[in-house]
Design a protein around this ligand. Structure first.
Ligand code: ADP
Ligand code: MG
Length: 693
């Protein structure tokens, strides 16, 4: 149970004075639905209102706060702005309003009296003026104008004043909390207590105080990282308590598989298989991540590991993020396993009742040796006979929370996670703590460099012609439609639109369409039309992003490439270049391109090295963006900035290790304080792993 001390922070936004349903929607969109989300919404700079220069010396763009006397009001007519002439002994200026009621102006600016005006100074054709000042108050109330004001990210429809006020109200809800940071470390850093640090964070006195190096920010960033590391560690401990088991085999099935493949393993595949094999044989539980660029042959490595589990008398399960992928893996693995006596079972949410029942029975009876499935594997009615190994493909879609759900099922098999997105090390740490790592660094022999070009959308016709030519030669083409928003429906409109045009252009039989909203049977049918050869062009939303393997595809067209992240583009590009023919990738972009988009597209033209691309993406966009927010299992830090707080992360990790050794159930005084911290950052599930959680 969450300590009641925290309840006020976990109330809805509307429980704050002045936030009605309308603002609640805006604020929720901006930072989240709870009061606590507001306190994490940090300012990124300040407005300093302390400048009060002589009017004659003020420069355009200056924020000034001036004490002035009101001379006269000139109400604007026929769409002209209203002007209030004010002055002091350093000069005069006009306060300008484009829309204002006469009565309001007269009340705010009593003729002959003194007022304080704060806003941005401007010089308009030689006329000194302030347009729409943020503050106008009588001299007696000048302390209502803040000397320095925090500036926050906003969303359309939400005035900065309302947001600031809401945040201040939210801050009043922040209680003093027991200290969870190690006393020695806190002292060494000279950090303030949590509540105090929060106050400082939201009341910066200069731009510099908004920087990541600011002590208050550092403290709170450390809190966030500590919560993250602790939640990971607890999850890990929980899945580690039941001792792992030794999965030994003499490699008969593996040898058989290798003997019937038309190619030899790459050097790094061989190494990875050995590392994994050793882990599985040992009595400890395996927690290993296999990183390898698109097309580096991870599936085969996974299959070899699964065969070791099967031969040792256990079951192995391969989990993937989408049904399309589950089906593809099922098909390709079944093909590779041709003649090897292992039952391979497919399980996903859209199987018909009979197929599902059969799959579940086979899993429970132990008949199924290798299970390939989606999230459906997490569901309550799923029981394994003897699950020894779980392989999670494209793991960044399975966050900490899903992994917790898995351990909720009480299964503690060996775990191998695979990712095709090369991930910078700092990011890996925040999602995977100290998981072991294997990397596939080379591509299978025979792969060619993909000729990558960037083309403005204005030349779409030429691209359509190029597609038509490719298709005539019998090769296959992917066409990825833009991700407009995080909304399947809008993406869908773009894809169906393109599909209609392409059908006209190339003939219906040549074009297939897949997207996330299709029924799985229909999608499978479309996919098959493409993979088996009658359709040569596949129009898709990003559902094909991961894993899809169609060796005779040689052209990848990405529409509105500027809207995709680097890692995503890289993944998509990796879909082609999988056979011995030259392949190309056309990145269509809308003009004008922003600086970051330009840099990204240039990077894509210049390199094919996934790790290099990932580091660059991190540099260009910051960790929050690198993997795509919603989908990623990577935490979207609000206070920590991994580029700046790498060292804090390291300390949080070390501190967590000590803590877990000393007080694994978080029962000491500090342990209890740490529970508060976990609740604050909404790692409730991690607390549930504790005996008294
Ligand atoms: P990814 O790492 O992207 O998951 P896959 O496992 O899908 O890559 O492999 C891509 C393709 O390369 C598959 O068709 C697979 O059969 C093939 N492949 C895997 N290993 C090798 C190898 N050592 N030599 C040649 N082709 C290979
Ligand atoms: Mg794969």
């Amino acid at each position: 149970m969450r300590p009641s001390l925290l309840d006020p922070l976990f109330a809805s936004l509307q429980s704050l004075k002045g936030i009605g349903p309308r603002f609640a929607v805006f604020i929720a969109k901006l930072c989240g639905p709870l009061v606590v989300d507001l306190i994490w919404h940090r300012p990124f700079r300040v407005i300093d209102r302390r400048a009060a220069p002589p009017i004659m010396r003020a420069m355009p763009g200056d924020i000034v706060t001036l004490e002035v006397e009101v001379e006269h009001i000139d109400i604007g007519k026929h769409g002209k702005p209203s002007r209030v002439r004010v002055s002091n002994n350093t000069g005069f200026l006009d306060v300008v309003y484009f829309k204002a009621y006469e009565a309001t102006l007269q009340k705010q600016f009593p003729i002959g009296e003194k007022v304080v005006v704060s806003g941005t100074f401007d010089d308009f054709n030689g006329k000194k003026q302030i347009t729409h000042p943020e503050y106008v108050v009588p001299v007696a109330r000048r302390n209502e104008i803040p000397a320095v004001e925090a500036v926050y990210n906003l969303t359309a429809g939400l005035p900065s004043k309302s947001l600031r006020k809401s945040i201040q109200l939210a801050l009043e809800r922040a209680p003093e909390l027991p200290e969870w940071i190690d006393a020695g470390y806190l002292k060494k850093q000279n950090w303030a207590a949590w509540q105090k640090a929060l106050q400082t964070l939201h009341n910066p006195q200069s731009d510099a105080e908004c920087a990541p190096q600011n002590p208050a920010r550092c403290r709170l960033a450390y809190d966030e990282l500590l919560a993250n590391q602790l939640a990971l560690a607890l999850t890990r401990e929980k899945t580690r308590v039941l001792k792992g088991r030794s999965l030994k085999s003499d490699g008969t099935l593996q040898k058989k598989l290798l003997s019937q493949l038309p190619f030899a393993l790459t050097k790094s595949q061989t190494e990875a298989i050995k590392e994994i094999g050793t882990d599985m044989q040992s009595g400890d539980r395996m927690l290993r991540m296999l990183q390898g660029d698109v097309g580096s042959g991870k599936t085969l490595v996974a299959l070899m590991a699964m065969l070791q589990a099967v031969e040792a008398g256990a079951q192995a399960c391969l989990m993937v993020p989408t049904e399309i992928l589950a089906q593809q893996h099922f098909a390709s693995i079944s093909k590779m396993m041709n003649g090897i006596p292992v039952t391979i079972t497919l399980l996903h949410g859209k199987l018909n009742a009979a197929a599902k029942r059969e799959a579940l029975e086979d899993m429970e009876s132990g008949k199924a040796g290798i299970i390939i499935g989606t999230h459906a594997v997490f569901q309550d009615d799923v029981r394994f006979h003897n699950l020894g190994l779980i392989v999670i493909d494209e793991q960044h879609r399975f966050g900490v929370h899903q992994r917790l759900a898995l351990s909720d099922k009480g299964v503690t098999p060996d775990l191998l996670v695979m990712t095709a997105t090369p991930i910078p090390r700092t990011l890996t740490l925040t999602a995977y703590g100290d998981m072991e790592g294997s990397r596939l660094t080379e591509k299978p022999a025979g792969r060619r460099v993909i000729d990558t070009r960037t083309i403005p959308l204005g030349r779409l016709d030429e691209v359509m012609e190029a597609v038509a030519r490719k298709i005539k030669t019998g090769e296959k083409v992917y066409w990825v439609c833009p991700l407009v928003e995080e909304s399947e429906l809008i993406d869908l409109a773009a894809a169906t639109d393109r599909y209609a045009k392409m059908k006209l252009h190339l003939g219906e039989a040549n074009v297939a369409l897949v997207h996330g909203q299709m029924k799985s049977a229909e999608r499978e049918k479309e996919m098959e039309r493409f993979t088996k050869g009658n359709a040569r062009l596949l129009i898709a939303t990003t559902v094909i992003e991961v894993g899809v393997d169609v060796p005779d595809a040689t052209l990848m067209v990405i529409e509105h490439a500027e809207r995709f992240g680097l890692a995503q583009l890289h993944q998509l590009r990796g879909r082609v270049g999988r056979n011995d023919k030259p392949s190309a990738c056309l990145l269509l972009f809308a003009e004008p391109l922003g600086e970051i988009a330009k840099a990204r597209l240039k990077m894509m033209r210049e390199t094919d090295d996934g790790f290099k691309i990932a580091e660059e993406d991190l540099r260009l966009r910051g960790p929050g963006e690198v993997l795509g927010k919603r989908q990623s299992g990577y935490p979207d830090f609000k206070l920590a900035d991994l580029a700046a707080h790498g060292e804090l992360l390291q300390t949080a990790r070390d501190d967590t290790k000590l803590m877990i050794n000393k007080d694994p159930e978080l029962e000491s005084e500090r342990g209890k304080a740490l529970r508060h911290l976990l609740y604050l950052f909404q790692y409730d599930k991690a607390i549930k792993t504790l005996r008294s959680g």
